[in-house]
Ligand binder design. Structure first.
Ligand SMILES: NC(=O)c1ccc[n+]([C@@H]2O[C@H](COP(=O)([O-])OP(=O)(O)OC[C@H]3O[C@@H](n4cnc5c(N)ncnc54)[C@H](OP(=O)(O)O)[C@@H]3O)[C@@H](O)[C@H]2O)c1
Length: 256
């Protein structure tokens, strides 16, 4: 599966993206749009033979050389370490943009009701897995331009969304992610490391995650295509001065 074609080595001047959690939804849409733009993509999935993941190859069409699929389950440190180790074997490899998109929402998850396991599951997937994935990448010699974490407006303290009944574990996990992102950016600045760290809210996007019966009205639902077109522009507009900041898909700064 992971035969590395020459195109993935650093001799060519293509922009390289790593999309973690690319099997469906927003992650898959990143791959689709980046392929259409002629960029080079490393896409991770949990199960390459799952029907939704094989859709990735359908999107890649006959041009598999620019899109390589790897396995990475961010609930497993071993899986993260093995995936990153595979990247370190690529010659002259650099990554311009990393999008750590993988996330879960098991609805409902109320603080007055959820189990220890349910809360831990959200924290492991939405907070610990993304941060450890970024940390392991940063600990290699691979040059990394920007790391984007897919956060959520649900994780904002400053704009607490009181109406989001059933979102307590999810919101807490994104909020904890946000705090770890800010510390990661501050630590890198102290180390004079130029990797840019960003948090993004993708909008209220019509994906499997959003396909639930909520007790409140969700305003302004957008398609994955709209979300990703905009996020690509926002991500590519940010420099080192923006490291440690939080943005919406519309390019507005968001309150932590
Ligand atoms: N949709 C929205 O309105 C919305 C709003 C705010 C924030 N977000 C955030 O945006 C991101 C993408 O959401 P989405 O709407 O595209 O959701 P989605 O359609 O449910 O897709 C979630 C993706 O995350 C992957 N994933 C889940 N657990 C994983 C794990 N342990 N290891 C690796 N990959 C894992 C899934 O892979 P499998 O196919 O293997 O399950 C899938 O590719 C999430 O972080 C979400 O919290 C979404």
């Amino acid at each position: 599966m992971n035969q590395i074609p020459d195109v993935l080595y650093g001799d060519q001047d293509l922009t390289t993206w790593l999309i973690v959690g690319a099997s469906r939804g927003i992650g898959l849409e990143f791959v689709r749009q980046l392929l259409a733009r002629g960029e080079r993509i490393i896409a991770t999935v949990r199960e390459p033979w799952a029907s939704h993941a094989s859709g990735l190859w359908g999107q890649a069409g006959s041009d598999h050389g620019r899109c390589q699929m790897y396995v990475c389950d961010i609930l497993s440190e071993d899986s993260i370490v093995q995936f990153v180790a595979q990247l370190t074997t690529l010659r002259n490899f650099k990554i311009d943009y990393v999008v750590i998109n993988a996330g879960v929402l098991r609805y409902p998850n109320r603080a007055t009701e959820f189990s220890f396991e349910e809360f831990a599951f959200h924290l492991h997937t939405n907070t610990i897995g993304p941060i450890i994935t970024a940390q392991k990448l940063l600990q290699t010699n691979i040059p990394v331009g920007t790391i984007v974490f897919m956060s959520s407006d649900s994780g904002s303290h400053g704009n607490f969304r009181e109406m989001e009944d059933g979102f307590a574990a999810y919101a807490a996990s994104k909020s904890a992610l946000n705090m770890a992102i800010r510390h990661m950016a501050a630590e890198l600045k102290r180390k004079d490391d130029d990797t840019i760290i960003l948090a993004m809210h993708p909008g209220e996007v019509a994906t499997d995650m959003a396909n639930i019966n909520l007790t409140w009205q969700v305003e302004g639902i957008i398609t994955p295509e709209q979300s990703v077109v905009n996020m690509l522009e926002v991500i590519q507009s940010k420099g080192i001065q923006h490291s440690g900041t939080f943005w919406t898909w519309e390019g507005k700064p968001y309150v932590w």
